[in-house]
Write a protein that binds this ligand. Structure first.
Ligand code: T4K
Length: 444
């Protein structure tokens, strides 16, 4: 229950149920990695969806079925777009089936081609949205403190083929928007932001969504505010919004009249119903995330080699990610070794965004030497660990997760010596997910 808030979905019995670690934790044998009983009976995931008012959602579903309006810009889609415009303070919002397609469409609508400068330290969809259209993602290093594009390095990556900059507001913290806007202005480039992590967040007091030529949100199930699958382009550019609206609907200008090539990027009414219902609980989701974030801070305070990324209290944030950075020299064990410990205990902490898009195919083959220009991407990618939060995680669960982390750090060097560097991260149980299937398409 959130202080002062409406009751959210109770954690169901299928959610992780903590069971006590057996015995004293001063023995390494108590760790599941070395044969002990896992701390959790069921896997604890990063990215468990937040579910708002279930009754209200069912009402909307019934209304949708009664009216038989299921897609193609129905009333829930229009209302969702209106509510996002109000919240973000932008003129236009076009909701879509997911953020990846939204990125692809806005990239095309902006006329980007040739090369676009983008961080490698992001979810691979950011790069794919370019490469899918045969635009070269030019991977630029990040600022190690903010984890977002380093504008000084962006400037150095510009070539005569560059048409745009695609910044990513990671973890809900804005990029250096002002510096990137100044570069884009001076060098006559388009400026676009992947704001998949930044819905409801501010940068220098202004809502993220109104920067650059356009910004793209994600409402994927794992985002703090979800529409099952979903995304949105927000912009203050009338002409761009008009174009995007047509492009996401096959290019139809009117019945039987197609103006140019388009695709099916539409959001369904069911998704919009979920999005609207989630919006109504947004403040509660954020309140839970904030409580969780502070609980992690408190539990991990003073631990050598473990720091949580911070948020400026003057900014609004969704606090949807709890990101720990593990400094091996101080912690005694590496991020991957700590993750192996956690996974064995069924805490499925994630290495977002390891190893960096440039070390995934096809980019690894296209740019085999990109690593040389991305030292901070590499280091941060090897240190960052995303910890479970959201409404499926309570204070007691966080205390137990942190207890494992504290124990692992206290025995860092011993664990490291036993596990070794090449240790495989064990599967977190039969419900573990996320192993991508190998690429079989070398066409893009
Ligand atoms: N740009 C950025 C910066 C992004 O982070 C993303 C998406 C995008 C663009 C593209 O947005 P979309 O096109 O997706 O709208 C997940 C999400 O699939 C992805 O949307 C998200 N970023 C990324 C950060 O995380 P994985 O590979 O971690 O997914 P997966 O299946 O491992 O799920 C994460 C955890 O959540 C799992 O441990 C299980 C749990 N889960 C997941 C789902 C879907 C649930 O408990 N219930 C669920 O329904 O990518």
């Amino acid at each position: 229950m959130i202080p002062g808030g409406r009751a959210l979905e109770q954690v169901s019995i299928t959610e992780p149920i903590p069971v006590p670690l057996p015995g004293q934790r001063d023995s390494l044998a108590d760790l599941a990695l070395f044969g002990g009983t896992p701390a959790f009976a069921d896997t604890l995931h990063v990215g468990r969806p937040n579910i708002g008012d279930r009754e209200r959602l069912m009402q909307r579903f019934n209304q949708m079925l009664d009216t038989r309006w299921l897609s193609n810009g129905g009333p829930f889609v229009r209302e969702f777009e209106r509510r996002i415009c109000e919240l973000v303070g932008v003129k236009h919002c076009v909701v879509m089936c997911n953020a990846t397609v939204a990125l692809e469409i806005v990239i095309r609508a902006l006329g980007l081609k040739g090369e676009v400068i983008v961080p490698s330290f992001t979810f691979v969809a950011t790069a794919h949205a370019l490469q899918w259209q045969k635009i070269t993602p030019v991977f630029c290093d990040i600022d190690p403190d903010t984890h977002t594009l380093d504008p000084r390095k962006v400037e150095r990556m510009i070539t005569p083929r560059t048409t745009g900059i695609l910044g990513v507001h990671l973890w809900g913290r804005g990029c250096d928007v002002e510096a990137l806007a100044s570069i884009a202005r001076r060098r006559d480039l388009r400026l676009l932001f992947d704001a998949a992590h930044a819905f409801g967040c501010t940068h220098n007091g202004r809502m993220i969504g109104g920067f650059g030529d356009a910004e793209v949100f994600s409402f994927h199930a794992t985002k703090f505010l979800n529409s099952f699958e979903g995304g949105a382009v927000v912009t203050n550019d009338d002409e761009l919004a008009r174009k995007i609206r047509l492009m996401k609907n096959f290019g139809f200008r009117a019945y039987d009249d197609v103006g140019y090539i388009g695709i099916n990027g539409k959001m369904s009414e069911a998704s919009a119903a979920m999005g609207l219902t989630s919006l109504e609980s947004m403040d509660e989701f954020i309140a839970v995330n904030l409580v969780n974030y502070h609980a992690y801070r408190e539990e991990l305070a003073g631990l050598p080699g473990v720091s949580l990324i911070g948020y400026d209290p003057a900014e609004r944030s969704s606090y949807q990610y709890v990101i720990a950075e593990i400094d091996e020299a101080q912690a005694g064990l590496s991020r991957d070794q700590l993750m192996a410990v956690l996974h064995a205990e069924r805490v499925l902490a994630r290495r977002y965004f390891y190893p960096g898009a440039h070390r995934m195919e096809p980019y690894r083959s296209y740019f085999p030497n990109a690593d040389l220009l991305l030292p901070h991407t590499r280091r941060v990618g090897e240190q960052v660990l995303s910890l479970p939060t959201g409404t499926a995680v309570d204070r007691e669960t966080i205390a137990r997760v942190c207890e494992i982390i504290r124990f692992a750090i206290a025995h860092g060097r011993e664990i490291a010596a036993r596990v070794g560097r090449a240790a495989e991260v064990p599967e977190a149980g039969d419900d573990a997910t996320g192993a991508p299937s190998p690429l079989d398409d070398d066409d893009v």
